[in-house]
Ligand binder design. Structure first.
Ligand SMILES: Cc1cc2nc3c(=O)[nH]c(=O)nc-3n(C[C@H](O)[C@H](O)[C@H](O)COP(=O)(O)OP(=O)(O)OC[C@H]3O[C@@H](n4cnc5c(N)ncnc54)[C@H](O)[C@@H]3O)c2cc1C
Length: 381
């Protein structure tokens, strides 16, 4: 049930702050499994959090907060979400614009062949296979620890694919970030041109927002969009908070660093503007990548809609805190907030990308919510 602002019932059993994956999944679990009344609020004027999509030009679904591609190795998450959506099989492909060519990203044996003369490419491919084995994924920072020709190749890939892209994306060098960040896009000793290798890769067949409408369609759930937590804080004894943990505590231990983005959505009067869903521009332009939504949604239309992503510094209140910045330093800054969260145990639960201050994919946010429900919230009645 969608409420108009200010028309809340006086009391709920639970208030859930944030209607993204974390909040919506927990609202659904509490409403359906515990039979408790839930008020879910989001200060944005819509549900689905960062996964929100809505029709743009030609009816093409546009992801308001940047392209979201669903992929998971978790059968549990897949089965859970499949209650609320059908799926369109979709394997995301990314090309990188490097030295005037479009080559597969993650960098693989085909990328090697596109950028080196045939004999050199064959010799380097042999070296990679002999060193790491066929079908292996190698983090670039690991590969740079090698010596000789392999180190030269690693330095080449680092310079062409990783260094400038990471500087643009994070304003940090790859080695200043947690190693898990660059390991997300490894060097592939194979010809697998898919961006992800997860068992389940698909898009919700009617879009993310429709899937969220179904997740939240329960008589025990009231939805109030355009509503900040502060205006409903006293209306339940139990709260799940999926907004920024530093904001909840009024930044008393200092603001946590986030990276923000600006999205530039534009149309083109052609049926297809680029050969794959996303083209990365590591070394040119102020944007990092361009995504053409049609590839993701499978929609047919005479025109097309694309988005450029411009990374930028986050300023609280001025733009959105999109990515927690994973460095050893930020892990330290988080600790006092985690201690403050523990002091509210049994009353307020923090979870999600902003509540946990963790760089989650959608499936990880969903898995975290399901685990939090099973391990803690189900026993908090
Ligand atoms: C550009 C970009 C691309 C991404 N692409 C992918 C992808 O391809 N695949 C993938 O798996 N993941 C992707 N992700 C990650 C994905 O967005 C997150 O995993 C997911 O959004 C996490 O869900 P959440 O519920 O934790 O947070 P969110 O979706 O951010 O939801 C939190 C909600 O809380 C609300 N809120 C915060 N504070 C308050 C308050 N005080 N009062 C009321 N409401 C509040 C916010 O408005 C927000 O809607 C991407 C992220 C970004 C930024």
């Amino acid at each position: 049930m969608q409420l108009s602002p200010g028309s809340f019932l006086s009391r709920y059993d639970w208030i859930i702050v944030g209607a993204g994956y974390t909040g919506a999944v927990l609202a659904e679990r509490i409403a359906s499994q515990l039979d408790r009344k839930v008020l879910i609020v989001d200060r944005r004027d819509h549900i689905a959090g960062n996964a929100h999509d809505r029709p743009g030009a030609h009816g093409i679904l546009v992801h308001k907060y940047g392209p979201h591609i669903f992929h998971t190795n978790s059968d549990k998450v897949w089965t859970y979400l499949s209650q609320f959506t059908g799926w369109r099989p979709y394997e995301h492909r990314v090309l990188g614009s490097i030295d005037g060519r479009l080559v597969p990203i993650p960098f693989n044996l085909d990328s090697l062949e596109a950028l080196f003369a045939p004999a050199e490419a064959a010799s380097l491919a042999g070296l990679l296979v002999d060193t790491y084995g066929l079908e292996k994924n190698v983090p670039i920072l690991k590969m740079r620890e090698s010596g000789g020709r392999l180190k030269d190749l690693a330095d080449f890939i680092y310079a062409k694919v990783f260094e400038n892209y990471t500087l643009k994306q994070w304003s940090l060098r790859p080695e200043e970030l947690d190693a898990s960040v660059s390991a997300r896009v490894p060097v592939r000793i194979s010809r697998d041109g898919r961006y992800f290798q997860d068992v389940h890769q698909a898009m919700p067949d009617a879009g993310y927002t429709k899937m969220f409408e179904r997740i939240l369609d329960h008589p025990n759930i009231a939805i109030a969009t355009g509503t900040d937590y502060k205006s409903v804080a006293g209306q339940a004894d139990r709260i799940v908070f999926t907004g920024p943990i530093d904001e909840f505590f009024d930044y008393q231990f200092g603001p946590l660093p986030y990276r923000s983005l600006r999205f530039e959505v534009f149309e083109k009067d052609v049926a297809e503007a680029q050969p794959v869903g996303t083209v990365n521009y590591p070394n040119d332009h102020a944007y990092t990548r361009i995504t053409e939504f049609k590839h993701l949604t499978g929609q047919q239309a005479p025109g097309t809609v694309l988005v450029e992503e411009y990374p930028q510094a986050h300023a609280p209140g001025a733009n959105e805190p999109y990515y927690p910045i994973p460095t050893p330093g930020t892990a330290e800054l988080l600790k006092p907030y985690q201690a403050a969260a523990r002091s509210l145990e049994g009353k307020v639960w923090f979870a999600g990308r902003l509540g946990d201050y963790a760089y989650y994919n959608m499936d990880q946010a969903c898995a975290r919510a399901l685990a939090l429900f099973e391990k803690q919230i189900a026993h908090a009645r």
